[in-house]
Design a protein around this ligand. Sequence first.
Ligand code: NAG
Ligand code: NAG
Ligand code: NAG
Ligand code: NAG
Length: 478
Amino acid sequence: MGPEMMLLLCTLFLLGARGISARDTGGFVQSPFRAEVWAADIQEPRGLVIDDAGDVLVVSRGVGIIALWEEIPNGRVDRTTVVPNWDLNHGIAIYDGWLYASTNTTVWRWRYYPAQRQNAIGMEIVIRNINNDYQGRPLEGHATRSLAIQRGILYVSVGSGSNVDADSYRARLRSFDLASIPWGGYDYAQGIVFADGLRNEVGLAFDTQGRLWGVENGADELQRSGLGGDIHNDNPAEEMNLFDGPTGTFYGYPYCWTEYDLPSGVGLGRGTQWAWPSLMNGTITDNWCREVRNNRPPEITMQAHAAPLGITFYNGSNCGSFLTSSSSFSSGNEINGIQDLFSFDCEYEGDAFVALHGSWNRNPPVGYKVVRIRMNATSGLPTVPVTRNVLDVFGRKEPLAQCGDGASQSCFRPVDLKFTAQGVLLVTSDNTGEIIRVVQDSSNGKSPGSSSDASRIAVLSGYISAIAIVFSSLFYHA
Ligand SMILES: *[C@@H]1O[C@H](CO)[C@@H](O)[C@H](O)[C@H]1NC(C)=O
Ligand SMILES: *[C@@H]1O[C@H](CO)[C@@H](O)[C@H](O)[C@H]1NC(C)=O
Ligand SMILES: *[C@@H]1O[C@H](CO)[C@@H](O)[C@H](O)[C@H]1NC(C)=O
Ligand SMILES: *[C@@H]1O[C@H](CO)[C@@H](O)[C@H](O)[C@H]1NC(C)=O
């Protein structure tokens, strides 16, 4: 075999390496990020987790749990169903050899090992009767039951039964000890009320210090005379909450709400706590809501109705590293060429990323994007006050007029998001049936430092050894 053949083989391998280049997402991408469709044609992908082997598990509504993985080296994304259960609707977690997922009444678990890629067996009930205890009322209201697990404790978030319930009985985060699951599962009402007064805390995530955070979807149809009448377009704020207080800390719903943007002259500033008009009485007042011992306010506010459904923190895994070269495009401006792709830069370590599903009852629609919240590594809190805007990462381009409820199929609606061990962000979009991959683009001069060069050399030497293996096997068989 001559040098020409060697060159041809090399080229084939390098072409393979950039096989992960994918379709444009058709939206805006904030520098230095870059977003591509990693997997498509998934029926309503919702909650997302990544196992220790790197397989991506997603709850696909009406299907069950699907595992997806990238073939090395051609980058093709393969998939298989690991749990065929069409009632699973959002929540998913992996912990200690078990895969957990939820329907609107039940939390189930199955035996699971990384890269299993076949039907999970050993199904058990962890929690049952999620709705049946609501003061004798039938199943109603928000249907997702988000799951988060740490140190043997399962946290389950259940949203309100209606827009504004009479009390917070449903709207809570409960915790369950996985070491002592009773036969047949816990009755939901047996859970400890870990945090109270959370209208619909869909997104849950642990930060790099191991503290639990959540993102909350605020109420609709807010009207309050004296504050501008119909103020629902920009109030109440969506919230990012920290659960580090005493067990059972109360976060406001349904009595208190958070100001996002009130008409000038009446507003007291973003983040201010107010009482819900129909529930105000001698006890529940604006002043009552402003007492932190009655009502814990959020750490971050977000645009009303933006609908935060997912939150994750970047732990800095593989930060600032060269990933691969990819044939490139740039949104709305096709450029064909080869571009170097990088993992998230180390400056994002500790930061929170939130998926905003987008509004259904606001004109014009808002949300439909992924945002970043910078965190201070020392304090473990956001670097900016509650009054500041969150930072855009990527999302759907304006105009959003065809989004909203009954949105057209092309409307990108992010649900959940997780970082891979390679420092790449994956985001589900239920409406488009996609998983989007977000990386960083070297052309912004952000990260290619010496460590990146080192990893580029590592990747190249990986190819060279692969070529050597192919060579030796060719010779061996010849
Ligand atoms: C609960 O889930 C079942 C099965 O998927 C579905 O038929 C029912 O409509 C759901 N109920 C609510 C209130 O979401
Ligand atoms: C006000 O409403 C709250 C919540 O429903 C209730 O606990 C409280 O007793 C009421 N206070 C008065 C003075 O009516
Ligand atoms: C981070 O938090 C620490 C401790 O609260 C504070 O001293 C420091 O100024 C903060 N740094 C930034 C960049 O906000
Ligand atoms: C950081 O997150 C990645 C996945 O995003 C995980 O593989 C890795 O174990 C985590 N590292 C630590 C120190 O927790």
